[in-house]
Write a protein that binds this ligand. Sequence first.
Ligand code: HEC
Length: 109
Amino acid sequence: MQVKHLKPILMASALIGLSQWSGLGFAQTAEQLYKRGLAATCANCHGTDGKGVVDAGIPIINTLTSEQMLEKLKAYKSGALEGTIMPQLAKGYSDEQLTTIANQLGKKQ
Ligand code: HEC
């Protein structure tokens, strides 16, 4: 009798366990998509992954480390660094988003 009652409980906990698993998997994927999505907004001008676009006249940014990139982005945001486009763009992101972008696009050592 006790074993009979145990079975549904075991199954239920297994299901809950499963849904937690897939929930976690989804959260990670969504986070990665969000990070990539943020960085992808830079690709129009700087090329995919900051590799640059030939003859576009826009600086190639995949030479910068994440730290260097973040420094520049924050300087554009604060107005310490002048530019035509980047100051306006950088102001549109929170510091946290800029950090995410710099981590995503910066040169990996
Ligand atoms: C509409 C085109 C455009 C987009 C989109 C764009 N940039 Fe830029 N970026 C420029 C231009 C042009 C410059 C040169 C400075 C200026 O005139 O603003 C520049 C300069 C930079 C620099 C400085 C490079 C150096 O070596 O000094 C960094 C870093 C940078 N961009 C990062 C980014 C990141 C990160 C994004 C995405 C959030 C982004 N840019 C999106 C056009 C763009």
